[in-house]
Write a protein that binds this ligand. Structure first.
Ligand code: ATP
Ligand code: MG
Length: 765
């Protein structure tokens, strides 16, 4: 490292609330590093501030540092150091990671230094660790040690029963809404008694807190708990049983936490109470990577740390070892647009390197072609697929990449979730389509006959199956027959009749209606879409987006049977190919990981920043989205590719989109903008509008983008179409130009309202 060619690629002034004068390294000086030969091997690959953090074992320590500065490496080394120097046995160390996968990785790396002893460590996620503690003391919160951890379906079913018992209209207050409220309270460490005047208590006609208390009682009766309870019960035990707490105080001499910026209040309280006595709590995190606010994470926990642990040492790491210069500079330039941040300096010795490739594409399909081509090119130049990742903002985006990879035979895996066609909601929807196309498909019908719940319980399904077996007929035929009898209770019979009628009606439309429209109708009329709309869990909006993407995918096929054929073939292909694979995942799932090459597709307004984040949280939401973009870029070691499509099919309609404002926020000198003339169709207007040497799209990117349908400073640009002109667009009809620039128009259409369209798609009217 000594004597290297270093450069500070980006400096953000520190606006930290942290007290000054503590150990805070600002320059990469080598002087404090002890003779490296004198250090044991496991410490030798740390720089001075990292070494300081890893070896300052006593007292509270916060490592607050940017992406790729070695926070996780410090944490792992610190654990090794504690064991090697015999400050603690493995079972006296508690280390918390964000995912099980991260825990496994950490275990592996610690084992490389200390061997099997690592097995005795308390290492895992908050949930896993809290569950382990709760099993040992369940009786103190009225549970037996063999308690069940309920999944979300069961939790919601339970709340539904309570709503009924309380005569609360679950149409007005769906169980999923109440469930969401309770979950958020648990994130904040609020027991039913402590909810008090929280605004969310207004839910369910002001009965939310009461329902919460009843729900907790019911769970106890069932000897069960939910995920939030794991921590909450721990807290209750620690607060009410000083003897138990004392046991853990004695046991856990050292506590370490990775990805600290994404802890919620309950997790923070848990850490604080456990570390109260030893005060040996080491948290590592980066406020610029806080991306789980929507799940109750509180970046403010970082600020509280010093208050709750006065005298805490704060170490800042400033050398990024992961990314090359341009990538780091691009990420730093982007995140500098956030106002609420502590600010930090980051530099890298890996000067220069490849610039961030910025690539406009025509549509999602072309984006998938582009990414797959680049991946193949990387492979040809010797890259391993395992070093390549595609990070998407929304789960639905994986579909087009998956289809392309399968078509080209590029092995891939989806991390943090199933492949597109294996997702629950997609399988459900496809089950509906299968029954329509092939009424004898019993497996498909069984899957969705009571999904959404429509009062056809287990017993009714068994009755249907019995008849089917007895008569040797398919399940749907059995249902058709049974509704003419009294075999089922009235309510169930009516429900089965509705299903039979629905499928008959949908099947009748099979040849008449457009298949994508039929699919949308089926999802709506069956109540399936509504089920997810009413679901207030954080996953529900993503599932709805996946369903829309499914309907959009149908457009690419001639009819429903052709599509189903495609899906079954795709699924078959997906089974094969172990070994080297490219990774496909959401930006959220990519936290803490690193890859040589990272593709960041879909950087468009309306997709990224995600409109939901903006709608729900405004500026705060935008900043969290920007942190997400920053997390994405900082996953890359040597290559990063940002792309955006000019057109997306949304609800089966093509919509033109503009590049994400984040593209405009990337420092231009870190970018390599690849714009191909003619990419936007060979409409003469487009080339005419780009007289400068710089491609027009790149030019368009550098100005403030259009925000949520509101015109910004778009003006005339000599293209011939100017504000006020009347135009005709094939899909949207007639409208008037509001603004024009760089080959793009903002047009107020007479029927479809304000849209952003490509100039080459409209004619003067
Ligand atoms: P993130 O914020 O993304 O979680 P991080 O701060 O945890 O990142 P690490 O994952 O620990 O960073 O380290 C990033 C990369 O830099 C890893 O490949 C790691 O091995 C390497 N690295 C860290 N410190 C050093 C060092 N002192 N010398 C060489 N490489 C290092
Ligand atoms: Mg890390």
């Amino acid at each position: 490292m000594a004597g290297r060619d270093t450069s500070i690629v980006h400096i953000v002034h520190v606006r930290s609330g942290f007290a000054k004068g503590r150990a805070c390294y600002t320059a990469p000086g080598m002087s404090d590093l002890p003779e490296s030969a004198a250090l044991p091997a496991y410490l030798r690959n740390l720089n001075p501030p990292q070494l300081d953090a890893a070896t300052s074992t006593e007292g509270p320590l916060l490592v607050l540092a940017g992406a790729g500065t070695g926070k996780t490496r410090v944490l792992i080394t610190r654990v090794c150091h504690l064991m090697v120097t015999r400050k603690a046995f493995a079972n006296q160390i508690l280390a918390v990671t964000f995912t099980n996968k991260a825990a496994a990785e950490m275990r592996h790396r610690i084992a490389a230094v200390v061997g099997d002893t690592v097995e005795a460590m308390w290492l895992g996620t908050f949930h896993a660790l809290a569950a382990r503690i709760l099993r040992r003391h369940a009786e103190h919160v009225g549970l037996k040690p063999n308690f069940t951890i309920l999944d979300q379906d069961d939790q919601i079913r339970l709340i539904k029963q309570l709503l009924q018992a309380e005569n609360i209209d679950d149409k007005k207050w769906p169980a999923r809404v109440v469930h969401g409220v309770i979950e958020r309270w648990k994130d904040r460490g609020l027991t039913p008694e402590r909810v008090g005047a929280d605004p969310a208590a207004e839910v369910a006609g002001g009965k939310a807190a009461r329902l919460y208390a009843m729900y907790q009682e019911r769970l106890k009766t069932l000897n069960a708990c939910d995920f939030g309870d794991l921590l909450m019960h721990n807290l209750t035990i620690f607060q009410t049983r000083p003897d138990v707490l004392a046991e853990y105080h004695k046991r856990f001499r050292y506590i370490l936490v990775d990805e600290y910026q994404d802890t919620n209040v309950a997790q923070y309280m848990w850490l604080r109470i456990l570390a109260q006595q030893s005060r040996n709590l080491c948290c590592v995190g980066d406020d610029d990577q806080s991306i789980y606010g929507w799940r109750g994470a509180e970046v403010g926990n970082i600020l509280r740390f010093e208050k709750d642990f006065p005298g805490a040492k704060v170490v800042r790491l400033e050398q990024n070892y992961r990314s090359s210069g341009h990538i780091l500079a691009a990420a730093s330039g982007l995140i500098a647009h956030n106002r609420t941040r502590l600010g930090k300096t980051l530099w890298t010795a890996a000067n220069g390197g490849e610039k961030v490739v910025v690539r406009p594409v025509w549509d999602g399909e072309q984006e998938a072609v582009y990414v797959a081509d680049e991946i193949e090119a990387l492979q040809r130049s010797g890259s391993r697929l395992g070093d390549i990742a595609i990070l998407v903002r929304a789960g639905f985006q994986t579909r087009e990449f998956e289809e392309r990879f399968i078509a080209l035979g590029i092995p891939y895996r989806v991390i943090g979730g199933p492949r597109f066609y294996e997702r629950e909601e997609i399988r459900d929807a496809i089950a509906y389509f299968r029954v329509i196309v092939q009424p004898d498909d019993d497996l498909a019908l069984e899957r969705i006959i009571n999904k959404p719940r429509r009062g056809i319980g287990e017993a009714s399904v068994q009755t249907l199956q019995r008849l089917a077996r007895a008569k040797g007929i398919p399940l749907l035929a059995s249902a058709e027959t049974i509704v003419t009898s009294d075999e089922l209770k009235t309510a169930a019979r009516n429900a089965v009749r509705r299903v039979v009628d629905d499928f008959a009606r949908w099947r009748a439309q099979l040849d008449r209606a457009h298949h994508a429209e039929l699919a949308a109708t089926v999802l709506d009329e069956s109540g399936y879409t509504r089920m997810w709309q009413e679901d207030k869990s954080p996953e529900a909006p993503g599932k709805l987006e996946n369903l829309k993407e499914l309907v959009a995918a149908l457009e690419e096929y001639d009819d429903l049977p052709a599509f189903l054929e495609h899906v079954s073939l795709v699924m078959e292909n997906a089974e094969a190919a172990p070994g080297d694979m490219a990774s496909l995942m959401t930006l959220h799932a990519a936290k803490g990981l690193e890859f040589d090459a990272v593709f960041l597709p879909g950087w468009e307004e309306g997709l990224f920043p995600h409109p939901r984040a903006l709608d729900e949280k405004g500026e705060e939401g935008l900043e969290e989205e920007r942190r997400l973009a920053h997390v994405g870029l900082t996953r890359a070691r040597t290559r990063a590719y940002v792309s955006f499509a000019a057109n997306r099919r949304i609800h089966g309609m093509w919509q033109s989109s503009v590049p994400s404002r984040f593209v405009a926020e990337l420092p231009p000198d870190t970018l390599d903008v690849k714009s191909e003339p003619g990419l936007w169709g060979d409409g003469p207007q487009f080339s005419a509008s780009a007289p400068s040497a710089e491609p027009s799209f790149a030019r368009g990117m550098r100005r403030a983008p259009v925000i949520e349908g509101r015109a910004t400073e778009l003006g005339r640009d000599g293209s011939g179409l100017t504000p006020g002109m009347r135009v005709f667009h094939q899909k949207f009809g007639y409208g008037r130009v509001v603004a024009a620039e760089g080959g793009k128009l903002e047009v107020e259409f007479e029927h479809s309202g304000l849209k952003h369209v490509m100039e080459s798609f409209v004619e003067k009217a």
